[in-house]
Design a protein around this ligand. Structure first.
Ligand SMILES: [Zn+2]
Ligand SMILES: [Zn+2]
Ligand SMILES: [Zn+2]
Length: 141
């Protein structure tokens, strides 16, 4: 059984819709824990420590944005920032897993799966754990 979220605050991502092939799914990704202080990593950050240059110049592009920008590296960062110690981590280094509860459009079973969470804007394609049928989650940009 997958761990279900109690609160939206525990999550980096939540979505409920249909696969391209049909069939409903519910998908969620929990905020990972900081390896240094044990607090949660998320999208809050202002003058946070950049995972590339180590300077405290990582900030969000805007209050609602989920993207960071480092003023020292002068590049956009696909990062998460610790809510405890304010350290930035590269999202690709964190091995984030997406939890999916779904109804397969091929075998019609209700199933659960865990798959790696990819970058935004890239479709996630995986095989049904029961029938091997192809399932596509189109991610919004
Ligand atoms: Zn930097
Ligand atoms: Zn921390
Ligand atoms: Zn199936």
């Amino acid at each position: 059984m997958l761990t279900k979220p109690n609160d939206i605050e525990e999550l980096l991502y939540f979505s409920q819709r249909d696969f391209d092939e049909g069939g409903e799914f519910k998908a969620w990704v929990f905020k990972p824990t900081c390896e240094k202080c044990g607090a949660k990593l998320g999208f809050k950050g202002k003058g946070s420590k950049c995972p590339d240059c180590g300077e405290n110049t990582l900030r969000k592009k805007s209050a609602r944005s989920k993207e960071f920008y480092c003023n020292t590296c002068e590049t956009k960062k696909n990062a998460l920032v610790c809510e405890g110690c304010n350290t930035g981590f590269r999202k690709d280094d964190l091995n984030l897993q997406m939890n999916i509860e779904y109804t397969c459009p091929h075998c019609k079973e209700q199933l659960e799966a865990q798959i790696p969470w990819k970058k935004k804007g890239k479709s996630i394609i995986f095989k049904c754990i029961k029938c091997d049928g192809k399932l596509t989650i189109k991610q919004l940009k």
